[in-house]
Unconditional design. Sequence first.
Length: 88
Amino acid sequence: MSTGQANIGSASDASAFETRDFYLACFLRCMGYDLLDLRAEGRRKVFVFRDRPTRRDDVLAFYGQGAMVPPLAFSATIKDMKALLHNA
């Protein structure tokens, strides 16, 4: 699983969650997570989200196929995130 947690140095020193998994990133966006940054790491991108206390459960639900998001919202988010990747 290519996910990780990090602290982002900012004025509020907000806790952040990082992932390289594109579809997990799309799922988190559908769940309302704030995308803080899209960072280049070589040829790959790292999605950086504002962390939540429920994030662990949300990630496990995604990988365990126990999560529910509206299919059209997930599809639209995939398109938006692909555009973000190609325009970053």
